[in-house]
Design a protein around this ligand. Structure first.
Ligand SMILES: Cc1cc2nc3c(=O)[nH]c(=O)nc-3n(C[C@H](O)[C@H](O)[C@H](O)COP(=O)(O)OP(=O)(O)OC[C@H]3O[C@@H](n4cnc5c(N)ncnc54)[C@H](O)[C@@H]3O)c2cc1C
Ligand code: SF4
Length: 503
């Protein structure tokens, strides 16, 4: 990482630091920058650029305004039509950390050329620097998360005993990922940390009402940490009380338990108010002190040090055109009920609950994103570029960098398998095993054809049929094709799914 010694010699030590809304942590503006003035900008153009979830706009504004309050005399918060206007008004060139998207990077480079930005520093909101990732990637064509993750563990010396992983295994997935407990409506995990709203949140709510911005989803209480202090409390509460259940039920879905044992830390991590290595070390310390099982700590560390970093770096590595990839030639426009988050228009219980979670909180947990919402989009051939935009705007933790690899790569397999070795989708049997939704549903997960045919079961076979050549050529999916070939009611199923307009 470039440090201040190497920053352009013309940049004075008192040059102020401009922070984007996803760079608000003490690891960004503290340390060697602790003496600097800080510029924060609320740009209306950024709020109006897309149709965001109402609660996402709230979180971003609340984070910026809390940062202004917490930084006291160091901070200037400017409200302006756009960033360039604000920088001109501010009147002094600023330092800025590399922003987190291609578009913002181009913009900041132009500001640098125009003299409004004095220098651009590396982003400190991820553990591994972009240069180190480039060196790691070399000329690889295919990427395997497990290789990356093991190198991250070694590099940052996390859960290691010398050169070996603690406990002798790198991956404890086999001990995790259980179905939901039977005879319970919720996981009965201690409740997640919930920030206390204050006068700043009240004002944000009033301002958003007055701005008359077009949004999706409903307003609701602030559920996620937006300051370094809140993030610390959220992390401590998670590690002490909820992490023990995290790994075990990481892939389970319960209708009456929206948070399960997930950390709810993606918002503070993506706002840059929580240092990812602090989250990783907290989980490791809890494990080493014996208060958290190794499988739970490893499962969480894999998410933060593995998946999150991997998705960030591959965003840059795959380049700006990756979002346009559509190797499965999926051309169905997103239906209106989906775009409007109209969960009441949906009968399928698993899909209804996931969509209601997006509408009510702008958040669902990972397995709902991947195996319900993403899987539905994949089966129905929704356009990956529209889905990418949808996830980026409808989710409170949806920032530009995080979407393409998660949606185009992981969830829609639209990159032809650069990121994931097989498409992630399933029939109702998997959802029935991993959730408690099916008994309450008007569809039957075992039925492929008929009025009560499960849209995921039938959709799965229709998907396998549509992509039979691709799937037959992949040893991880070839069996699905041979099973499909033996289905006696395949023609009826395909006709039924071609006409299905309600889920
Ligand atoms: C289709 C799809 C869309 C997604 N959209 C987003 C998004 O907009 N923003 C986002 O931060 N994550 C996204 N994810 C990843 C993951 O689902 C969320 O990070 C997670 O559900 C957030 O909840 P949590 O903080 O309780 O996470 P936990 O389940 O507690 O996991 C801990 C942390 O691991 C990190 N993480 C785990 N997996 C990923 C991943 N694949 N990509 C990035 N970070 C990961 C997150 O920072 C998360 O906070 C998406 C995944 C899929 C399949
Ligand atoms: S029956 Fe099918 S649609 Fe209904 S909840 Fe189960 S998997 Fe979802």
């Amino acid at each position: 990482m470039r440090t201040l010694e190497r920053v352009n010699a013309k940049v004075r030590d008192d040059t102020p630091l401009w922070l984007f809304a996803d760079q608000l942590g003490t690891h960004v503006h503290g340390g060697e920058h602790a003496h600097r003035d800080v510029l924060l900008i609320e740009a209306t153009s950024a709020l109006r650029r897309r149709r965001y979830h109402r609660q996402k706009l709230h979180l971003v504004l609340s984070a910026l305004r809390h940062a202004e309050r917490d930084l006291g005399d160091r901070a200037t918060l400017l409200r302006a039509g756009n960033y360039s206007e604000a920088l001109k008004d501010f009147g002094r060139p600023v330092l800025v950390h590399e922003p987190t998207s291609f578009a913002a990077e181009r913009f900041v480079e132009k500001l640098h050329a125009d003299g409004l930005v004095a220098d651009i520093l590396p982003t400190p909101t991820f553990a591994l620097s972009r240069n180190d990732f480039r060196a790691w990637a070399g000329d690889r064509e295919r990427f395997v998360m497990e290789d990356f993750y093991r190198d991250q563990r070694r590099r940052f010396d996390v859960l290691m005993e010398g050169s070996s992983p603690v406990g002798g295994r790198w991956n404890l997935d086999a001990d995790n990922r259980e179905p939901p407990p039977k005879k319970q409506r919720t996981l009965e995990a201690p409740k997640p940390y919930r920030p206390r709203e204050n006068d700043i949140d009240d004002q944000v709510r009033r301002d958003l009402d007055a701005m008359d911005i077009e949004t999706v989803g409903v307003d609701g209480p602030r559920l996620f940490a937006v300051t370094p202090d809140e993030a610390k409390r959220a992390l401590t509460r998670f590690v002490e009380q909820r992490l023990p259940l995290f790994g075990q039920y990481e892939d389970a879905i319960m209708g009456d338990d929206w948070a399960m044992a997930h950390s709810l830390l993606s918002v503070p991590l993506n706002l840059g108010v929580l240092d990812p290595l602090d989250a990783v070390h907290a989980a490791e310390d809890a494990c080493r002190s014996g208060s958290v099982p190794l499988a739970a700590a490893e499962g969480f560390i894999r998410q933060v040090l593995g998946w999150r970093e991997y998705m960030w770096h591959l965003y840059w590595h795959f380049g700006p055109r990756y979002t346009q990839k559509n190797e499965l030639t999926a051309h169905t426009a997103l239906p209106k009920w989906w775009r409007e988050l109209d969960a009441d228009a949906v009968d399928a219980q698993c899909l209804q609950h996931a969509l209601a979670g997006v509408r009510d909180r702008g958040w669902t947990h990972h397995i709902q994103r991947l195996m319900i919402l993403g899987s539905h989009g994949l089966q129905r051939g929704y356009r990956p570029d529209e889905l990418t935009e949808w996830f980026a705007t409808a989710f409170v933790d949806g920032f530009r960098w995080v979407m393409p690899t998660n949606v185009v790569g992981m969830s829609q397999h639209a990159d032809g398998g650069k990121l994931a070795t097989k498409p992630y989708t399933s029939g109702g049997a998997y959802i029935n095993r991993m959730s408690d939704h099916c008994p309450d549903c008007r569809f039957d997960p075992k039925k492929r054809v008929g009025d009560d045919a499960c849209p995921f079961t039938a959709g799965y076979w229709a998907f396998v049929h549509r992509h039979r050549d691709l799937l037959a050529g992949n040893r991880r999916t070839a069996r699905a094709v041979s099973t499909m070939d033996r289905l006696s009611d395949l023609d009826a199923l395909l006709e039924q799914e071609a006409d299905r307009d309600r889920f």
